[in-house]
Design a protein around this ligand. Structure first.
Ligand code: ADP
Length: 187
């Protein structure tokens, strides 16, 4: 049973690692960012509401995210496990997740924190903006996302560390080295 939460600043490589690892472990990769981007491109109600926040580099309000996570983690395909990427992103979401996982009897193994210095993050995100044309990978928005990360998401490192649930990996290494370290931790 593999259930992991990926934590880290924007550009740390959570999505890259979670995507690969989900294939390896044959469990769904649940990315709130991917879910929201697909809602935006399909023009759903959720997408319309989320788009402004995303493009500004702000967190989408919890009221739009929490039900979505509850539904996703209640789907039949998560019975072999899951990799959560992009959630929780603030303390309220982390507390919600605790309650939800207890309710549905799906405790996670650990929280994997990917550590990457700021200057590396910015250059990765600028590059991704050029490669993938993501609307939130522009310089002003990137700066705000890092700021929002520091204020809202980074406190989760201590939150999980104090409960001995945190494992940190140096994310400033080649992708396959990070994957290998991840493999060691989980196996
Ligand atoms: P990154 O980790 O590179 O910032 P994501 O794809 O995880 O990118 O998220 C992109 C955007 O989607 C975020 O900047 C935010 O606006 C929104 N978002 C994703 N997950 C959440 C969440 N759990 N709570 C609030 N907003 C979220």
């Amino acid at each position: 049973m593999t259930r992991l939460v990926f934590l880290g600043p924007p550009g740390a490589g959570k999505g890259t690692q979670a995507k690969q690892f989900s294939v390896l472990c044959a469990v769904p990769h649940i990315s709130t960012g991917d879910i929201l981007r697909s809602a935006v491109s399909q023009g759903t109600e959720l997408g319309k509401k989320a788009q402004l926040y995303m493009n500004a580099g702000e967190l989408v309000p919890d009221v739009l995210i929490l039900d979505l996570i509850r539904e996703r983690l209640s789907s039949p395909d998560v019975s072999p496990g899951w990799l959560l990427d992009g959630f929780p992103r603030n303390v309220e979401q982390a507390i919600f997740l605790d309650t939800l996982l207890e309710e549905i009897g799906q405790p996670f193994e650990c929280v994997v924190n990917l550590d990457v210095p700021d200057e590396v993050l910015v250059s990765r995100l600028v590059q991704r903006g050029l490669d993938e044309g993501r609307a939130d990978d522009t310089e002003g928005t990137i700066r705000n996302r890092l700021e929002v990360y520091r204020q809202r998401t980074e406190p989760l490192i201590d939150f999980y560390r104090s409960r001995q649930q945190l494992v940190s990996i140096d994310g400033n290494q080649p992708i396959e080295v990070v994957t290998a370290e991840l493999n060691k931790i989980v196996s």
